[in-house]
Design a protein around this ligand. Structure first.
Ligand code: GDP
Ligand code: IMO
Ligand code: MG
Length: 427
């Protein structure tokens, strides 16, 4: 079966860590969407490593890692990532497969991302400026480049044709590209040559062959459900399908092959970039969360906005993804608080109370209604079982499981691979 692990909030829930923790149970780990906008952090044996496009199973030498067709891949970032992994002596040309159908991010996609953001002014999305939106735009416009094109004798020509289209748009936006482009292009073509030593294949066969052979596949989501192109807080979203269904189209597996859907969320909420955030705390509590949780972007270094856990949003994400098990992260960040809030409902501008996500949170600003819990104010470092959890934390967990109607199978208490409270659950 293909199990899917995905973020239920606005990204950065801790997906990288949990993929790494679960990886020994799988023979294949596959990314199905997104690209270098992702930053997935793994910590083990005193090392901290951030992956952007390479799946988080890469540190386990016996796992096949697949970059699926739904991904937008930047060769320059890819080369840098591979160079960064050199010290780990991993068999990278053996255990990494890249879909020939994955889209290629070219240097002008990054410039277009910046130009579009600049043109939006105050209304900018706060994108990661990694060229994600423009690359998906070209894919849907049926004019993009794919990894398989790299081996075509006409690759340079195809590239130039796309760049010429981009240059017109950049000029229309008065965006000066003359300085930045030549060096980026040289780096791009060097990186394309570099990529050719890897397995560039029709990876839908690799995934389905693995399934036929009885192997277990873990699909690693990037971003989060509230950034999904269809169901996120549009237009403040990313450009891909971040939900469980995206694993089918982004890898080439049938819906019936999907097994468990692990939904991962922080015990509070964060968001990086612009857009509505009902439970955001612009006060000293939010500041404390940011400091305690080290809430600064793994890709861009930007400070993340912080706020209380938002149940209407979480329930919505669980619904659209068909989540079967929950994973709660960064519980230790709340250790210092005397009281902890959870938003249970939204109050609408007309006074009505709802549990549903409004069509547009900007047009319909909601006021969160909170339920307050007693803080546990206990160090969780040596706690590894549900039985040993401090009483107030156990109450918090029980409340969430009952309200969400799902088991929380893992609770994470620090960035390290070993820091996990695990419970076997019958699903
Ligand atoms: P991802 O994008 O979902 O993989 O998450 P990121 O790596 O962007 O952000 C999660 C951050 O939280 C990283 O710095 C992790 O090392 C860290 N982290 C993961 N789990 C925990 C936890 O349980 N407690 C704390 N304090 N930090 C954690
Ligand atoms: P991981 O996988 C958090 C956000 C950006 C911006 C919006 C659109 O590490 O959880 P884009 O560059 O995709 O066009 O930006 O989405 N964003 C993320 N926020 N974690 C991520 O990835 C994100 N990837 C994109 O900040 O608001
Ligand atoms: Mg991240």
């Amino acid at each position: 079966m293909v199990d899917v692990l995905l973020g239920l909030q606005w990204g950065d829930e801790g997906k990288g860590k949990i993929v790494d923790v679960l990886a020994p149970q799988y023979q294949v780990v596959a990314r199905f969407q997104g690209g270098p906008n992702a930053g997935h952090t793994l910590e083990f044996d005193g090392f901290k490593h951030v992956l952007h496009q390479i799946p988080s199973g890469i540190f386990r030498a016996d796992i096949l890692n697949i970059i699926g067709n739904g991904v937008v891949l930047d060769p320059i970032v890819f080369k840098r990532e591979i160079d960064g992994l050199a010290k780990f002596n991993l068999p990278l040309t053996e255990n990494l497969v890249i879909s020939r159908k994955a889209s290629i991010i070219i240097p002008t996609h990054r410039l277009l991302d910046a130009a579009y953001e600049k043109a939006k002014g105050e209304a900018k999305i706060g994108s990661t400026l990694r060229g994600i939106g423009p690359t998906y735009q070209d894919k849907v416009a049926r004019q993009g480049l794919r990894v398989g094109d790299m081996s075509s004798p006409n690759f340079a020509e195809k590239y130039q044709k796309l760049v010429d289209i981009h240059k017109v748009i950049l000029a229309q936006n008065n965006y000066d590209f003359a300085d930045a482009l030549p060096q980026a292009e040289a780096e791009f073509f060097a990186a394309v040559e570099f990529m050719k030593q890897f397995k560039l294949t029709d990876s839908e066969y690799a995934v389905n062959d693995a399934l036929t052979a009885g192997k277990n596949v873990l699909a690693e989501g990037a971003q989060g459900s509230l950034l999904d192109i269809d169901f996120g807080s549009y237009p403040f979203v990313t450009s891909s399908s971040t939900m469980a269904a995206g694993a089918c189209t982004g890898l080439g597996v049938a819906p019936g092959r999907i097994g468990e859907v692990f939904g991962i969320f922080k015990a509070y909420c964060t968001r990086v970039g612009s857009g509505p955030f009902p439970t955001e705390l612009s006060d000293e509590i939010g500041e404390k969360m940011r400091t305690e949780g080290n809430e600064f972007g793994a890709t861009t270094g930007r400070p993340r906005r912080c706020g209380w856990l938002d149940l209407p949003a979480l329930k919505y994400a669980i619904m659209i993804n068909g989540v079967t098990q929950l994973v709660m992260m960064k519980v230790d960040v709340l250790n210092i608080f005397e009281e902890i809030n959870i938003c249970t409902h939204y109050q609408l501008p007309d006074g009505d109370v709802t549990e549903q996500m409004p069509y547009d949170l900007l047009d319909t600003p909601v006021t969160p209604i909170y339920k307050t819990f007693k803080g546990w104010q206990t160090d969780l470092t040596n706690i590894h079982t549900f039985e040993d959890m401090p009483g107030p934390l156990a109450d918090y967990v029980t409340y969430l499981e009952e309200t969400l109607g799902l088991p929380i199978s893992f609770i994470s208490t620090s960035p390290d691979r070993e820091a996990i409270i695990h419970r076997n659950v019958a699903v």
